[in-house]
Design a protein around this ligand. Structure first.
Ligand code: AOF
Ligand code: ZN
Length: 359
């Protein structure tokens, strides 16, 4: 019982690092003895102390139990191995939600503790811990970041009206949600069409993310984006990354992070784009549109999560931009799992995860 209770506290603490630890994980730690919580900590930002250090640094009582949302590290990185501190603090038992897939750790943290006679338990709240660190897990396992698709749309799936007007599909609530969602990611992506139509800054203006760095990624196949657009502002905190085609007539870089990649008849090859972003250290990407860009991520099945804001209105119209225009036969339809709906006065948010086929 206590294991579950304290692990849930550790998970809540871990979440406090949301959006600020990448490409490293969010981690929470709780120290307890005889049912009493003695100390706690979490990893608050990239490069800061590990959760274990924060929780254990002032602990003087031996024989306690340590609850961790991730296996403790056993390697020298920016900080010394947390297992050494756990041993030095004479912890008696360590309860861990999940192993750390980092090849530098990957089971060796728990093995070293056991070799010292420390009791270990693995797997308490494993599913929740894995979901929490889904960006980290995806990025550490492969060459591309975790990808989430976001759109604000009408109940009938429209991004604009028949005349192409896209503004005000969603309410102020929907726009606030869209802004704060950005904070959870390392980068956001939009197509040139959107940037030219709305001239957005694509920055973080909602409170709660002070000083957070966010990459802004723009797909501009022909390299025709005007430098006068707002997106070229505030590049220190919000670095601008542009992708254009290798065959663009204009091959002049507009920003230091301007890359020229392959393309096919649909547009830039998303694999090239995503691999390049991962190589920049980006673990997670929020794709904001417009319709063509979202559709290409759907068509190529290049996403892990979908975050939609459904405004409680119907727009209709045959020419109105449809959020996912490409069709699939019904038995190949994309399915989501673990869906969570949050209702507002004038709309609902859906967050769901791509259901992967068992192959
Ligand atoms: C964290 N925070 O609380 C824990 C981590 O570069 P370093 O030295 O910060 O090490 C990063 C790795 O340490 C990370 O990928 C993960 O494997 C392990 N544990 N990392 O940033 C923490 N416990
Ligand atoms: Zn550590």
């Amino acid at each position: 019982m206590d294991d579950l209770k304290f692990m849930k506290i550790a998970l809540k603490l871990a979440r406090q690092g949301l959006g600020c630890t990448e490409p490293n994980p969010m981690v929470g730690a709780v120290v307890a003895k005889a049912g009493r919580l003695l100390a706690c900590g979490f990893h608050c930002s990239f490069g800061a102390a590990h959760a274990e250090t924060m929780a254990l640094q002032r602990l003087t009582v031996p024989g306690a139990t340590l609850y961790l949302t991730l296996e403790p590290c056993s390697h020298f990185g920016k900080t010394p191995p947390c297992v050494d501190l756990i041993i030095a603090k004479r912890i008696r038992r360590v309860v861990v939600a999940m192993l750390d897939p980092n090849p530098l750790v990957n089971g060796s943290g728990l093995r070293r503790l056991r070799a010292q006679g420390i009791e270990t338990r693995l797997g308490v709240c494993r599913a929740r811990a894995e979901r929490l660190n889904r960006h980290y897990l995806k990025a550490i396992a492969g060459p591309v970041p975790y990808v989430a698709l976001h759109a604000g749309l009408s109940l009938d799936g429209k991004l604009s009206d028949d005349a192409g007007r896209a503004r005000w599909v969603t309410s102020a609530e929907g726009r606030r949600y869209a802004h704060s969602l950005r904070g959870e990611f390392s980068a956001i992506l939009a197509g040139r069409g959107n940037i030219e139509a709305d001239n957005p800054l694509l920055t973080l203006r909602e409170p709660g993310w002070p000083g957070k760095k966010l990459y802004r990624v723009v797909l501009d196949s022909n390299n025709t984006l005007s430098r006068r657009l707002n997106i070229f502002k505030e590049q220190e905190r919000f670095p601008l990354v542009i992708f254009s085609s290798r065959n663009a007539k204009n091959m002049k870089k507009k920003v230091p992070l301007h890359f020229f990649v392959r393309h096919d008849r649909h547009g830039l090859l998303l694999d090239d784009v995503l691999r390049r972003l991962r190589a920049l250290g980006i673990a997670s990407l929020l794709v904001e549109g417009g319709g063509r860009v979202l559709d290409s991520f759907i068509r190529e099945r290049r996403f892990d999560e979908i975050d939609l804001f459904f405004a409680a209105k119907i727009i209709g119209g045959r020419n109105a931009a449809q959020v996912f225009a490409s069709g699939f036969p019904i038995d190949e339809a994309l399915e989501l799992e673990d869906c969570r709906w949050t209702a507002f006065a004038d709309g609902s948010i859906l967050r769901g995860y791509r259901k992967c086929s068992p192959d």
